[in-house]
Design a protein around this ligand. Structure first.
Ligand SMILES: N[C@@H](CCC(=O)N[C@@H](CS)C(=O)NCC(=O)O)C(=O)O
Length: 208
């Protein structure tokens, strides 16, 4: 299996399936393509990606070119890795949370890009981004309360892979979740995502 990823420092879409693939325990080849944002990158990714975007998973002659589709494929291919919760209710809500990240939080994503090599520094945030952070805190608090933690739907799942890049953004831009209604559960969750041993491997490699 080969996972083609974009620049580790800021390719959030690549980090998500990379974490999920690590959780399966299988060995895989990683190919990092430096994203240069534009026509040059399109040419670099063209041999791998039908969409011209990273990430891409290759499994034999199968190509999958979207982060969520890759994660769903890995969940089917490695059922023993329990990448989605076994319980149907937890699974449905974990999928909702992952899909919400995949298609939402646009203001937070554009205003606070992942920047793993950047020292933490507080930044003034627009009302739209502040609204996104309030939604995040509400979502995380609800799920951590409902399923009892330590992750969103109980044990670690694909939903947590989808929110790991957000945890780095909150750290990089000095966001204090207590200002957005957190009673401590959401900031503990952020610390847990950032301490994940697989994420630490990614972050170390991103500094190189
Ligand atoms: N919906 C896609 C989005 C993928 C995406 O936007 N990838 C970015 C990198 S994070 C990319 O390849 N950009 C190409 C470029 O920067 O030129 C997914 O979930 O995989």
């Amino acid at each position: 299996m080969e996972l083609i990823i974009g620049t580790r420092r800021w390719s959030t879409w690549s980090l998500r399936p990379w974490l999920v693939l690590r959780k399966t325990g299988v060995s895989f080849v990683e190919t990092e393509v430096e994203l240069r944002r534009g026509a040059a990158t399109q040419a670099d990714l063209a041999p791998y990606s039908p969409s011209g975007l990273a990430p891409v998973l290759k499994d034999g002659d199968l190509t999958i070119w979207d982060s969520l589709a890759i994660c769903e494929y890995l969940a089917e291919r490695f059922p023993e890795a329990a990448l989605w919760p076994a319980d149907a209710t937890a699974r449905a809500q974990a999928r909702s949370a992952a899909a919400q990240m995949h298609s939402g939080f646009a203001a937070l994503r554009s205003e606070c890009p992942m920047a793993l090599n950047q020292p933490p520094q507080a930044k003034d945030l627009s009302p739209a981004t502040q609204e996104d952070i309030q939604k995040l805190v509400a979502l995380w608090s609800y799920m951590l309360g409902r399923f009892g933690g330590p992750h969103l739907a109980g044990s670690w799942s694909i939903a947590d892979a989808f929110y790991t890049p957000v945890a780095t953004r909150l750290r990089t831009y000095g966001v204090n979740l207590a200002d957005y209604g957190d009673d401590g559960a959401a900031s503990d969750y952020v610390a847990r995502l950032l301490a994940d041993p697989d994420f630490r491997v990614w972050e170390d490699a991103a500094q190189g």
